[in-house]
Design a protein. Structure first.
Length: 79
C-alpha cells in the first residue's frame, strides 16, 4: 500500500523559490507547487507507509533551510 500526504509549507520571506527547488530533489516528494494564501508551497509526498512519510517529513523536509512551518494532511482511502 502506498501512503500519501499533502504537506502545506510556510517559508521565510524571500525563500519560497529556494525551498521549492530543494523539495523537488527529495526522494518521496512527488510534486511541489507554489500556492497563494496562508501557505507558500504545497508538496505531495508518498511512501510505503505512514511511518515512512513521517520519517521523510521529520528527517528531511523539516531540515530544509527556509521552511518556517508545515502542516501535513495524510490522505485516507474511503470506500
Amino acid at each position: 500500500m502506498v501512503a500519501k500526504a499533502f504537506v502545506l509549507v510556510t517559508t521565510s520571506v524571500g525563500q519560497t523559490k529556494g525551498v521549492l527547488n530543494k523539495l523537488k530533489k527529495l526522494g518521496g516528494v512527488k510534486s511541489v507547487d507554489v500556492v497563494m494564501g496562508p501557505y507558500d508551497i504545497i508538496a505531495v509526498v508518498e511512501g510505503d507507509s505512514i511511518d515512512s512519510i513521517g520519517k521523510l517529513i521529520t528527517g528531511h523536509l523539516h531540515k530544509v533551510d527556509g521552511i518556517e512551518r508545515t502542516l501535513t494532511c495524510q490522505t485516507i482511502r474511503v470506500t
